[in-house]
Design a protein around this ligand. Structure first.
Ligand code: EPU
Length: 339
């Protein structure tokens, strides 16, 4: 197929700025191309993965399969009611441009998810979340192309099996997200209770979604590195969810440790704090480091490889395990060499 490019560099298509080359690469600008993509995969027996904004991936030096670069574009209001709208965005739309668009229209829900890097299509996969909100709360359904059966499927919210930074899509590599439909409110229920937000918002009497968005942009810009300036994938580790029997002795040993009680059995512990408390904030080894303003973010100061990134992460995981007995899981998706 002519439209498939060979040995295409991914260096500028992943925000961690890992050195990476794809054996085969296609820019998906039209859904009609997917049947050809499916033929190519079948004929060559290739592995594939879908690339959106590349903001939550750790890419290998050489990927032997096919990279499908999702550039499907367009936003469409498909139903409007007195209380809510159903708004569909194609998978390749830049997430934050979509958030800005909805706020501009006077629709509420996505303001707390402002400035998260990446695309609309990636948002359900890891159920993006920030400042007390998760995208799962606003998704009506997700449309996917099943590359195995060459059919389009619509998966409703319950079928997505959303949980903390997780969904059914992580288990279904044969699904290519083509569009996401959101249910957004016409009347504001603004969510400004998250600690950082209440600190930044001094006057909440006439608070608008745009005020909240601007405040979140300010906090994110102060805490998180801009991927255009310095390679990163946002949070590198999950905040571990632990049994309270394990958390209680840690709380006694470390009274300053932030703990979020989830239910009678489980609590979420802040991975950033665990790393920070080891004195690793700002630590640097060769081209990799722990971001000086937020210890949950690892940064790539130059073009490191996946192997180097994972070795650096392993060193942090080992130190956390040794000090607190907690295993940290890597949050971004690790793409293997393929074949
Ligand atoms: N903390 C430290 N030191 C640090 C970092 C954090 O002590 O270096 C403490 C903070 O003081 C706070 C607690 O840890 O008490 C939590 O920190 P923060 O509110 O900054 O959030 P986080 O748990 O580090 C999560 C998400 C972020 C999201 C923020 C804000 C995960 C894995 N990360 O981070 O999401 O922006 O909350 O809601 O859940 C992402 O997924 O890429 C991401 C950036």
């Amino acid at each position: 197929m002519q439209i498939i490019l060979k040995n295409h560099s991914l260096n500028n298509l992943n925000t961690l700025r890992c050195r990476s080359v794809a054996a085969n690469f296609i820019e998906l600008t039209d859904i009609d191309l997917l049947s050809e993509v499916s033929d190519f995969i079948e004929k060559t027996n290739s592995k594939f993965f879908v690339l959106g904004g590349g903001s939550n991936l750790i890419l290998p030096e050489k990927y032997d399969g096919l990279v499908i670069y999702n550039k499907l574009s367009g936003i469409d209001c498909i139903e409007e009611h007195s209380e809510y709208v159903l708004i569909k965005a194609m998978a390749g739309v830049i997430w934050d441009e979509f958030v800005a668009y909805t706020i501009n229209k006077g629709w509420f829900g996505l303001e707390n998810l402002s400035l998260i890097p990446g695309t609309v299509g990636a948002s359900p996969i890891q159920n993006i979340g920030a400042y007390g909100a998760e995208v799962a709360d606003f998704i009506e359904y997700v449309e996917v192309y099943d590359i195995q059966t060459n059919t389009v499927k619509q998966i409703n919210n319950a079928g997505c099996n959303f949980s903390y930074r997780n969904s059914i899509f992580k288990l279904r590599p044969n699904y290519i997200v083509i569009a996401v439909t959101f249910r957004l409110l016409k009347d504001a229920i603004l969510n400004y209770k998250y600690a950082d937000l209440s600190k930044c918002l001094t006057d909440i009497t006439n608070l608008t979604a745009l005020d909240l968005r601007n405040c979140i942009i300010k906090i994110r810009q102060a805490k998180l590195p801009d991927p255009n300036q310095i390679g990163n994938v946002g949070s590198f580790f999950h905040n571990p969810i632990l049994n309270n029997a394990k958390v209680n002795p840690l709380k006694l040993a470390y009274p300053g440790m932030p703990v979020y009680i989830l239910d009678d059995d489980n609590s979420k512990v802040s991975a950033g704090w665990l790393i920070d408390n080891l004195g690793l904030k700002g630590f640097r080894q060769n081209n990799l480091g722990v971001y000086p303003k937020q210890a949950l973010v690892l940064v790539n100061y130059d073009s490191s490889t996946q192997t180097e990134v994972l070795e650096f992460a392993r060193m942090i995981q080992d130190k956390v395990k040794a000090k607190y007995g907690i295993s940290l899981n890597i949050e971004p998706i690790i793409i293997s060499k393929g074949g």
